[in-house]
Write a protein that binds this ligand. Structure first.
Ligand code: ATP
Ligand code: MG
Length: 231
């Protein structure tokens, strides 16, 4: 059996009287791509945020095991440690890329490494290589507003990869795109993660996006109600 990179047990999270997570167990293997599906309000984003150490659960545990050397108990870390873990080990792609509009494409990507202490020169070198691999050569100096939606999402994907993230978390990364652009963004996302041995965890409403992932997990009322492995 392949080793788990993320292991979650008994996750519960309530917002007032809403049980966003009602007891979730989930193991994610290294190199897997997992699609989380379910109706609006079912708890998908909450689950993604708890797995990624953005939100603390009320109870339950999340452990991150980047290698056989040992596991990091995400749910035992304080806020500062979790923020460092996210910055250094995880990558994030959201529906709206959350890129900085005042910065150019290359600056947006380079910033992620610079926050981890990489020099500007080295960071821009790496950022340029990722942008080129993702089909954005020649667009490095454009500001985000000067790119199409699909191009901006590929900048966000480059930014999520540049730090060497072991796990990339994406919340409806194709939610704002047409189907052709969505296919291109999924190509970029899968190529830059699973084909390099990294792990992808994404939330989507789109069955054709989920079908490209190795496994689909369906959430209802804060619980995983079914799982399907894609052939
Ligand atoms: N910060 C919050 N404060 C209060 N309630 C929240 C908060 N975040 C989520 N919820 C509630 O928890 C439930 C699950 O929300 P979540 O965002 O995880 O759903 P989702 O499956 O991602 O939905 P969508 O498909 O609409 O994005 C919802 O009922 C939501 O209203
Ligand atoms: Mg959501």
């Amino acid at each position: 059996m392949s080793s788990s990179v993320i292991t979650a047990h008994g996750l519960r999270k309530a917002f007032g009287t809403t049980h966003a997570l009602a007891g979730v167990d989930l193991r994610i293997a290294a190199g897997e791509s997992v699609a989380i599906m379910g109706a609006s309000g079912s708890g998908k984003t909450t689950l993604l945020h708890v797995l990624a150490g953005i939100t603390s659960p009320d109870s339950g545990s999340v452990s991150f095991e980047p290698s056989a050397d040992g596991a990091i108990e995400v749910t035992a870390l304080n806020e500062r440690e979790r923020s460092r873990l996210r910055r250094e080990r995880f990558g994030f792609v959201f529906q709206q890329g959350l890129l900085i509009p005042e910065l150019t494409a290359i600056e947006n990507v380079a910033l992620a490494s610079m926050l981890n202490g990489v020099s500007r020169r080295e960071a821009e070198h790496l950022a340029g290589a990722w942008l080129t691999s993702l089909g954005l050569a020649g667009m490095e100096q454009r500001r985000i507003g000067e790119l199409s939606g699909g191009q901006a999402q590929r900048v966000a994907i480059a930014r999520a990869q540049v730090t060497g993230a072991a796990v990339v978390f994406a919340d409806e990364p194709t939610g704002a795109l047409d189907s052709t652009t969505s296919t291109e963004v999924m190509d970029a996302l899968l190529w830059s993660t699973t084909s390099q041995g990294r792990t992808l965890v994404l939330v989507t409403h789109d069955a054709s996006v989920a079908a490209r992932c190795s496994r689909t997990v369906t959430v209802r009322d804060g619980l995983i109600v079914s799982q399907a492995v894609t052939a």
